[in-house]
Ligand binder design. Structure first.
Ligand code: ADP
Ligand code: MG
Length: 341
C-alpha cells in the first residue's frame, strides 16, 4: 500500500496504481449510508414500549440481544443500557442476520430485533405513524418482538459526517453520478439523502443485492466506484471496478477495497481523484522528456549531422544527455509532492 499526501491529514491508502487510475475514470460513485456518509456512531433517541414492557425492560432486553452484534445500532443500544447501569437478561442461541437484525432466545421466548423485514409477520401497525415520523427525521427505527408479539420500537440516530455534504457536492461537480445504497428503510435513507443533495437512493437493500446494483450499473457500461464500511458492503466493494473502504470500518471491507480512507474522510476520494489526474499527466510529461532526449541524441550519435557539420556525439555528451534525461524525469515526478490535491 502507498500513502497519499503528507502526514496523517491526507489519510488515503492506495493498494495499487490501477486502483488510482480507475478511480479517476469512474463515472458512478455508489455510497453506503451508515458509517460511510454518517459517522456510524448512532445513539438511542427514542424508546417506545408495547405490551407489558416499559422503557427500561425494552432497552435491557434489546441490549442483551445486541451484545453479540458488531453493528453500529448494536453499539448504540448496548451503550444506552450501560449508561443506565441496566442488568441484562441472559440470551441463548444468538444469531445475526446481515442487513436485517439479530435473533435469540430469552428464557423460553424467541426474541428478535431488527428492521421491518425481520419482524414481517408480527403486527407493529400501532407504531406505523410514530415510526414514519422518526424516520422522516433521519432516524433508524428497529423493532423488538418477543414470543411473536411486539415489545416496542427503538429509534437510533446517527449524524451526517462533518464534510460529507461538501465532498458530495465537489464530486458531483466532477460529473460523477452519486447513488446512495443502504439496508436502512426508505424514509430514513431519503432524509439523509436530502441533507446531502443525493437524488438517487436505493433503500432496504440486502448485502448481496448491493453487489447486484453495482453489477447492473456495470452492465449499462458504467465504471463504478463503491464506498462502504460494513461487512454488508464487502461483496459490493469487491464487485465494483474500484472499492473504497472506510479505515474506520470492518476488516473485511478493508480487504475488499483498492482504496482506503483512513479516517473515513470522504474528501479523500476527491484528493485521490485529483492526485490520479496529476500523476497520469506527469507520466505523459515524463514520457515526452525521455523521448525528446533520445529522439535528438540517437540520430546525432548515429552520425546524421556528420556529413554537413562534422558533428558526432562524444560518449561524454551522450552519457550527460542520458543522465539529464533521467534527472528531468525524476525532478518532474517529484513535483507531484507539491501537487494541490
Ligand atoms: P447499512 O446499509 O445502512 O449500513 P445494514 O445493511 O447494516 O445497513 O442494516 C440494514 C438494517 O438492518 C438496519 O437499518 C437495521 O434496521 C437492521 N439491522 C441490521 N443489523 C442490526 C442489528 N444488529 N440490530 C438491529 N437492527 C439491525
Ligand atoms: Mg455501513
Amino acid at each position: 500500500m502507498t500513502g497519499i499526501g503528507r502526514g496523517a491529514k491526507a489519510g488515503v491508502l492506495v493498494r495499487n496504481a490501477e486502483a488510482l487510475e480507475m478511480l479517476e475514470k469512474a463515472d458512478v460513485l455508489v455510497v453506503d449510508k451508515t458509517g460511510t456518509l454518517t459517522t456510524g456512531k448512532p445513539a438511542v433517541t427514542a424508546l417506545l414500549p408495547a405490551g407489558g414492557y416499559n422503557e427500561t425492560s425494552l432497552l435491557s432486553l434489546a441490549a442483551a440481544l445486541e451484545q453479540g452484534s458488531e453493528h453500529p445500532i448494536a453499539q448504540a443500544i448496548t451503550q444506552a443500557a450501560s449508561a443506565k447501569n441496566l442488568p441484562l437478561p441472559k440470551i441463548t442461541g444468538f444469531t445475526a442476520i446481515p442487513g436485517r437484525g439479530v435473533c435469540g432466545d430469552w428464557e423460553d421466548e424467541e426474541v428478535m430485533l431488527g428492521n421491518a423485514g425481520l419482524v414481517d409477520g408480527i403486527d407493529f401497525s400501532a407504531f406505523q405513524a410514530q415510526a414514519a415520523k422518526l424516520q422522516a427525521d433521519g432516524a433508524t427505527v428497529v423493532y423488538l418482538a418477543a414470543d411473536g408479539k411486539p415489545a416496542g420500537i427503538i429509534a437510533v440516530s446517527d449524524t451526517v459526517k462533518a464534510n460529507a455534504a461538501e465532498s458530495i457536492r465537489a464530486l458531483k461537480m466532477q460529473n460523477l453520478r452519486i447513488i446512495m445504497l443502504t439496508g436502512d428503510a426508505q424514509g430514513s435513507a431519503d432524509a439523509v439523502a436530502k441533507q446531502l443533495g443525493i437524488s438517487e437512493v436505493f433503500a432496504g437493500v440486502l448485502p448481496h443485492d448491493k453487489a447486484q446494483v453495482v453489477k447492473d450499473l456495470q452492465k449499462q457500461g458504467r465504471l463504478v466506484a463503491m464506498a462502504g464500511d460494513g461487512v454488508n458492503d464487502a461483496p459490493a466493494l469487491a464487485q465494483a471496478d474500484i472499492g473504497i473502504a472506510m479505515g474506520t470500518g470492518s476488516d473485511i471491507a478493508l480487504q475488499s477495497a483498492g482504496i482506503t480512507l483512513l479516517h473515513g474522510d470522504l474528501s479523500g476520494i476527491l484528493r485521490a481523484r485529483n492526485l490520479s489526474k496529476a500523476t497520469l499527466r506527469n507520466i505523459r510529461q515524463n514520457l515526452f522528456f525521455a523521448f525528446v532526449y533520445n529522439a535528438a541524441g540517437v540520430p546525432v550519435a548515429a552520425g546524421i549531422l556528420y556529413p554537413f557539420f562534422h558533428i558526432l556525439l562524444s560518449p561524454i555528451h551522450a552519457a550527460a544527455a542520458m543522465s539529464l534525461s533521467s534527472l528531468s524525469v525524476i525532478l518532474n515526478a517529484l513535483r507531484l509532492r507539491r501537487a494541490k490535491i
